[in-house]
Design a protein around this ligand. Sequence first.
Ligand SMILES: [Zn+2]
Ligand SMILES: [Zn+2]
Length: 151
Amino acid sequence: MSDDDRGGLHRLVAARLDEVGQLYTGNRRRLIELLADAGPSTLPELLVAGDGLAQSSAYRNLTVLAEVGVVRRLVHGGDHARWELAEELTGHHHHLVCDLCGTVVDVELPMEVESLMDRAFDAAAAAAGFDVDHHNVDILGRCADCRVTGN
Ligand SMILES: [Zn+2]
Ligand SMILES: [Zn+2]
């Protein structure tokens, strides 16, 4: 993400917080920076990367950031939930999820694949009288580390 993009990112987060009377504090800014750098992360990972962040306030801040829609909480059945920036900030993508260690990696699919999926989902949903807003598809398997250790 370029410095310009970072500036835009921070302005958007600040505006969202301002709408609900919340301040864009240093700690909140730090969390957004860490998520922009690292992608989907657990709270323990954020605490290690964000040397000096306190667990309770980091959790509270993530919850506030999720409430205003700039951060998303991913639940994939691992020990810890993962947090990431909302797609509105990062762009539409999918997740590679390791069934063994719970690692989540962002992946983007070609535009033509996305439109094929959207058409297929629209058709399937229309048959059920359902109106589609967006899709959320995870790809499950084993990450490179878990494959090597033969878990
Ligand atoms: Zn993601
Ligand atoms: Zn997609």
